[in-house]
Design a protein around this ligand. Structure first.
Ligand code: NAD
Length: 351
């Protein structure tokens, strides 16, 4: 079936992997990538598919009601995969209102446009909201988050995502808007903005800079290779049940300090340094305020219902990620220098 899909946040880390997968796998679909190109959005993430006939980029803000309405009128979308968000917990502690604007208000604007444009004709439509396991709060040493776990967000970021999830379900129940949510654990892989733990550590190790680790590095996260997340989104988008939530996880829990030590060993090997060299760069810093101790996802429902499972072992995925960063030095320089803004001007303004 031919479909017209709106993917929001497609110039970001996960969004670019989702856009790439859909554009390449579904040549019959028309994919529109809507992104405001904040500091986290980078069109250089998509140079390999930029010229494909079934791909269009639209620059715009999801909080702009008029613009979003016009977009629905222009393209007659029958599906939305919504990833656009402010996504960094540390930034949410510094500026919570920006997170409320984009994550709560932006999601509500999209839901409202979808409702208006699909009213009376909901059959075959789908609003797919991409969310995080952080909405569930923090675990002790035991247990897992399931789809039945109560929401207990504890940072401005997770509170804004939890709120957006509630609006999605409110639109499903109140207006019968066809909707699905997935809540995923921490992602890692290529094209990840170097403010997040893994790309930041790779960048700093390479440049012999201190590698900051919060507190004692005791916090535990479940890590999933970003391309496996994109595959899960594909499976859920096409086969998930309306009104359902699916947890996505890697069955792969690591303490931050163990992860960083593994990364140091991989970097020593890749850079030809004596073992133990990179680990000397580890520097413990003051813990993040309200730092959740442990997240762990039970992704059994997704596995049993839709047959999805992670494809990569962590060490293999981490090596692939390190290889990508080491051979894409230019990408890293551009995102850190803001030169990709210039790239955007050159790529699109002249047309
Ligand atoms: N990174 C993770 O580990 C993780 C895990 C689970 C869920 N998620 C969720 O997945 C989604 C994508 O995360 P990510 O890590 O790729 O984020 P990211 O920060 O790399 O990308 C976000 C994208 O959204 C765009 N954007 C931001 N505000 C916008 C606005 N107002 N209008 C239009 N576009 C805007 C940015 O330009 C950027 O391209 C988010 O909703 C996040 O909550 C992320």
């Amino acid at each position: 079936m031919k479909r017209k899909l709106l993917i929001t946040g497609g110039a970001g880390f996960i969004g670019s992997h989702v856009v790439r997968l859909f554009v390449n796998k579904y040549p019959d679909y028309q994919i529109v990538n809507l992104d405001a190109l904040t500091y986290a959005g980078n069109l250089e993430n998509l140079t390999d598919i930029n010229e494909k006939a079934n791909y269009t980029f639209e620059k715009g803000d999801i909080t702009d009601e008029t613009f979003i309405d016009e977009l629905f009128q222009k393209y007659h979308f029958d599906g939305v995969i919504h990833l656009a968000a402010e996504s960094h917990v540390d930034r949410s502690i510094l500026d919570p209102l920006a997170f409320i604007r984009t994550n709560v208000m932006g999601t509500a604007v999209l839901l409202n446009s979808a409702r208006k444009h699909w009213k009376g004709n909901e059959n075959g439509k789908l609003f797919y909201h991409v969310s995080t396991d952080e909405v569930y709060g923090s675990l002790g040493e035991e247990g897992f988050f399931t789809e039945e776990t109560s929401y207990d967000p504890r940072s401005p970021y997770s509170a804004s995502k939890a709120s957006s999830d509630h609006f999605v379900m409110a639109y499903y129940h109140t207006y019968h808007l066809p909707a699905i949510i997935s809540n995923c654990s921490n992602n890692y892989g290529s094209h990840h903005f170097p403010e997040k733990l893994i790309p930041l550590a790779i960048h700093n190790i390479k440049n012999n800079k201190p590698v900051p680790v919060y507190g004692k590095g005791e916090n535990v996260r479940d890590w999933l290779f970003v391309e496996d997340h994109a595959r899960a989104i594909d499976v859920i988008f096409h086969n998930g049940r309306l009104g359902e939530t699916y947890n996505i996880g890697g069955f792969n829990e690591w303490k931050n300090i163990d992860l960083i030590q593994l990364l140091c060993r991989i970097m020593d090997k890749k850079l030809g340094r004596p073992e133990g060299t990179s680990a000397q760069l580890i520097t413990f810093v003051k813990d993040r305020a309200g730092h959740d101790l442990r997240y762990a996802i039970d992704a059994t429902k997704l596995n049993k219902e839709l047959g999805w499972e992670p494809s990569l072992q962590f060490e293999e995925g981490l090596e692939k990620t390190v290889d990508w960063y080491l051979s894409n030095e230019e990408w890293l320089q551009h995102v850190t220098s803001g030169a990709y803004q210039q790239y955007y001007q050159e790529q699109y303004q002249k047309r």
